[in-house]
Design a protein around this ligand. Structure first.
Ligand code: ADP
Ligand code: MG
Length: 659
């Protein structure tokens, strides 16, 4: 029933994605050609009576291999008819269901495509029997595993083009928690999506399996970890959604060394409960609520897909998030709706059939998950790539360490939203530096050297690097400042006599605010620090700060004991009279003796003003005081004030041009 016509196969091959070295680059093929659609296949399986009472008659019956009818509860004269891809009646065997609906999709895994089988239906209708079965009547899971392992052994045999490997993971979703059945201690796991739309669960255990015995060795004990509880409906009713994930990885043995990965989900869904009939209370009732929520969202997802709504609520439950690439996603999907013949199941049966009928309309677009193997790069680049790989692995989850080519996907919770950035910042700086230089190197090597770190991740890394460098600078400045403060405090503590004899560094500690780099626009920010350091040789030199309060100006001495709040906007430096006189004299000397070029070194004096000053000097003789500058045409009194301030500060700080 899943036979594929050659034309269709050809179209799929054309849509094959080669995104290079396992990265998530949207290839042209992918962008320009949408993968061909594959409708979700729906089969219905009616189980036989298991506890027939004398008067019980079936409320549902098969019509042919694809259709069935059920009594219409609104009108006893009528029946409701349904048609599906397959209908398996009471007498159908496990082999019929497997061979008819599941076996045909397995080969897609070897093409690097995803496939999924979901058993749906009310509790007690036969989902677990269909999926797992019993040792006498093995279900879909053991049969599929047996065949898949056989297929991979044949296809991956020595001398064949591809080497194949199979891994398994087993999880359950219980009360909206994702639990690893192979490692029950790992707690609730997060479900993520990579940039290709693949759903993945970082941290989920993956066990390599070669033989069916390997599979049984992991699967049987893990099944016992499943959460089950007794209800009136079913003595061992499954209370969780059980998901077996089987990955088939292929590596091409010869050039062009492609690699493919196909995922098979085998899902035994928990049944939807009618709480009035199950007698569920307390925890059981809570479980039912959670299970019903998941299945309710599953229904909404199917409806949204059928109606082509822009938003499909996959994220509204863990189950639908996990099934995102199985319903309306990239998988070949088969839904097996299990129904029971007993009248007491009637409402649940109608609900299940309606859900199955809606699911039939969902269109998936399976595509081949293919990329180049990492070692395809040239030898020197191989080691670089390996370096990159190991660094990236350290920054990624453990699931990807198991060899998955998928990059980390968007984090789920709000606290994790900065995930990729946090990971980069937590990366060894030397490694980060190395990655960036490798990226630059490869970027400069033509076609083969496409950047390892693609945008926007690459841009983010560069940005992170810059931020980290700036952070370092700030930290170093703070350390320097603290050292200076400590020195000054030590000086203060010294004996006054000793102080006089001691070397000139009479630095007063600055309040934190005055040197903060975070507020560089404030007036008394960096300059006073320079000033203090440079003026140190002059023992009497002291700097004060004027605080503006409305119109009134208040003079306060700058010292460490001041509360920090005082150093706020509106502070400006004031210089001691000695320093002021010293600066003025220096400027006067320059005005009287300096050439136009020398004068241009002064703050606020450009080429034109320098020439005006030289001209005035030639005409009127030397300046007797700095204020005489006001007499020079083109220099106003207002300009004079700022000129003096800037230049005197500059001289005080030891810069000939006051810069
Ligand atoms: P579910 O998983 O949907 O709750 P189960 O698979 O546990 O239901 O089935 C309930 C009971 O019905 C089990 O005892 C199971 O062996 C039996 N059963 C289900 N389907 C069949 C079938 N096709 N043939 C025989 N027995 C079946
Ligand atoms: Mg079950």
């Amino acid at each position: 029933m899943d036979a594929e016509r050659p034309a269709k196969r050809k179209r799929r091959e054309m849509a094959t994605v080669t995104s290079g070295a396992g990265r998530c680059l949207p290839s042209k093929a992918r962008v320009s050609r949408q993968p061909p659609p594959a409708r979700v296949r729906v089969a219905v399986r009616l189980r036989p009576f298991v506890d027939r009472t004398a008067n019980d008659s079936p409320c549902v019956q098969g019509l042919d291999s694809c259709s069935l009818e059920i009594a219409n509860w609104r009108n006893r004269q009528e029946t409701l008819k349904y048609q599906f891809d397959a209908f398996y009646g009471e007498r159908s065997s496990q082999q019929d269901v497997y061979a008819g609906s599941v076996q045909p999709i397995l080969r897609h895994l070897l093409e690097g495509q995803n496939a999924s089988v979901l058993a749906y239906g009310p509790t007690g209708a036969g989902k677990t029997h269909t999926m797992l079965g019993s040792p006498e009547q093995p279900g879909v899971i053991p049969r599929a595993l047996m065949d898949l392992l056989q297929l991979t052994r044949e296809e991956g045999a020595e001398g064949r083009a591809w080497a194949l490997s199979v891994t398994m993971s087993y999880l359950e979703i219980y009360q909206e928690k994702v639990l690893d059945l192979l490692e029950p201690a790992s707690g609730d796991l997060v479900i993520r999506e990579d940039c290709r739309g693949n759903i993945l669960i970082p941290g989920l255990t993956q066990k390599p399996i070669i033989s069916f015995a390997d599979f049984e060795q992991h699967f049987l004990p893990a099944s016992r970890n499943r959460t089950v509880g007794a209800t009136r409906l079913n003595q061992r009713s499954s209370r969780s959604h059980a998901v077996l994930l089987v990955k088939v990885e292929q590596r091409e043995r010869l050039a062009p060394f492609r690699q493919r990965e196909g995922k098979l989900y085998l899902i035994d869904l928990a049944g939807s409960e009618d709480n009035r009939r199950t007698g569920n209370k307390g925890l059981r009732l809570k479980e039912s609520g959670a299970i019903n929520t998941s299945l309710f969202v599953l229904g909404k997802v199917v409806d949204a897909l059928n109606q082509g709504l822009p938003r499909v609520p996959y994220r509204d439950s863990k189950l639908t998030r996990l099934l995102q690439d199985s319903l309306g996603g990239s998988a070949h999907s088969i839904l097996i709706a299990n129904i029971a013949p007993e009248r007491r199941f009637y409402l649940d049966t109608v609900t299940a059939l309606n859900f199955a009928a809606r699911s039939k309309e969902v269109i998936n677009r399976p595509f081949t998950n293919e990329s180049l193997q990492p070692h395809v790069l040239a030898p020197v680049q191989l080691s670089q790539k390996e370096l990159l790989g190991s660094a990236a692995k350290r920054a990624r989850g453990p699931e990807e360490e198991a060899g998955s080519p998928e990059p980390p996907a968007a984090p789920a919770s709000a606290s994790q939203e900065m995930g990729p950035l946090q990971k980069l910042s937590s990366m060894d700086p030397a490694m980060l530096e190395r990655l960036l230089s490798l990226d630059r190197l490869l970027g400069s090597q033509g076609s083969q050297g496409t950047p390892l770190l693609n945008t926007p991740r690459r841009q983010r890394m560069v940005l992170m690097k810059t931020v980290e460098e700036k952070d370092m600078e700030i930290k170093m400045l703070k350390v320097k400042q603290k050292e200076l403060e400590a020195k000054m405090l030590a000086q203060e503590a010294m004996d006054p006599k000793e102080k006089e004899n001691s070397p000139p560094a009479r630095l007063r500690p600055l309040s934190r605010h005055t040197v903060t780099v975070a507020k560089p626009l404030k007036r008394a920010v960096v300059m006073p620090l320079q000033l203090l350091q440079e003026q140190a040789p002059s023992p009497s030199a002291e700097i004060h700060i004027l605080k503006k309060k409305g119109r009134k100006r208040k003079l306060e001495s700058l010292c460490a004991s001041e509360p920090e709040e005082k150093a706020e906007e509106g502070w400006e430096p004031q210089i001691s009279p000695e320093l002021l006189a010293h600066g003025r004299q220096k400027i006067l000397d320059l005005l009287n003796k300096g050439s136009a070029r020398d004068l241009r070194n002064l703050q606020r004096i450009g080429q034109k003003k320098a020439q005006l000053i030289v001209g005035w000097r030639e005409l009127h003789g030397p300046f007797s005081q700095v204020e005489d500058l006001e007499r020079v045409e083109g220099i106003s009194g207002k300009q004079m004030e700022s000129f003096l301030k800037a230049n005197i500060l500059g001289f005080a700080a030891g810069h000939p041009c006051g810069s």
